[in-house]
Write a protein that binds this ligand. Structure first.
Ligand code: NAP
Ligand code: GCO
Length: 263
């Protein structure tokens, strides 16, 4: 039987006060890992800590912006002192800005790239030395359908998530020899605050057109839930995936395999 246990492991999940990060951290905890997470302000960290406590999880929360290199290094040093050396990193923190490309400012484009691509680079490079010393490590980058596909209004996000796919393959290439596995999870359309505007009911109570569009594009005929990512995350964080490296596991209810429902 493959070993899916995370007993004795320390997992850092970025931006995990709620949403996909929270669901992944909860699953890693259920598999035995000690959970550490960060968010950008104390209020969010407190909300996260309360949510973990409610689930019976003793998590460690830190205030840290993943784009602040000095701040990330300080956080990783503090985690090593207070909790231990990180075995598993989940680069989850991310934002999206839905703006038609020719109306988007370069500053907005840069901000998305900074959080969604530079952030994972910074946090990964801060934890890799500890993993090398330990002789093992797991990095999971949260990619997207937009690592493969484009669509109107998400140029910066697609550029960042496409880049994150290649950063994943590069980390696998560069540090695989140290027994570090770096893989991605590409969630399909998942019901979280990030996608709430795409699911808002119309004034007449009908579905948002994008909501109907996603149901028609998904063989599973539904949005995903953050919990749909639990099993794939535990797999990629555990010894069960020790020879899986540089892979993007799409958890999309079949979207990438499907041409879409005929009208
Ligand atoms: P979400 O609900 O918006 O949560 C994102 C989290 O990241 C929040 O806790 C947010 O904190 C945090 N964050 C943002 N900027 C940060 C920064 N600079 N430093 C630290 N933390 C930061 O998003 P989600 O839907 O759970 O998505 C999580 C990840 O999955 C993202 O990378 C997203 O792109 C990806 N994803 C989502 C979907 C989907 O359908 N929902 C699909 C594919 C991929 P604040 O709330 O304080 O800003
Ligand atoms: C959008 C969505 C997506 C999802 C997700 C898909 O506006 O198209 O927000 O980008 O969040 O990343 O996998």
């Amino acid at each position: 039987m493959a070993n899916f246990s995370l007993e004795g492991k320390i997992a850092l999940v970025t931006g995990a006060s709620y949403g996909i990060g929270f669901a992944i951290a909860s699953a890693l905890s259920e598999a035995g890992a000690t959970i550490v997470f960060n968010d950008i302000n104390q209020d969010m960290v407190n909300k996260g800590l309360a949510a973990y406590t409610e689930k019976g999880i003793k998590a460690h929360g830190y205030v840290c912006d993943v784009t602040n290199e000095e701040g990330v290094y300080a956080m990783v040093a503090q985690i090593e002192k207070e909790v231990g050396v990180i075995d598993i990193l989940v680069n989850n923190a991310g934002i999206i800005k839905r703006i038609p490309m020719i109306e988007m400012s370069a500053a907005d484009f840069r901000q998305v790239i900074d959080i969604d691509l530079n952030g994972p680079f910074i946090v990964a490079k801060a934890v890799i030395p500890g993993m090398i010393k330990k002789g093992a490590g797991k990095i999971i980058n949260i990619c997207s359908m937009m690592s493969e596909l484009g669509r109107e209004t998400v140029s910066a996000y697609a550029a960042a998530k496409g880049g994150l796919k290649m950063l994943t393959r590069n980390i696998a290439s560069e540090y695989g020899e140290y027994n570090i596995q770096c893989n991605g999870i590409g969630p399909g359309y998942i019901a979280t605050p990030q996608t709430a505007p795409l699911r808002e009911k119309q004034a007449d109570g009908s579905r948002h057109p994008f909501d109907s569009f996603i149901i028609a594009k998904t063989p599973a005929a539904r949005w995903g839930n953050p919990e749909d990512l639990a099993g794939p995350a535990v797999f990629l964080a555990s010894e069960a995936s020790d020879f899986v490296n540089g892979h993007i596991l799409y958890v999309d209810g079949g979207i990438l395999a499907y041409i879409g429902k005929q009208p």
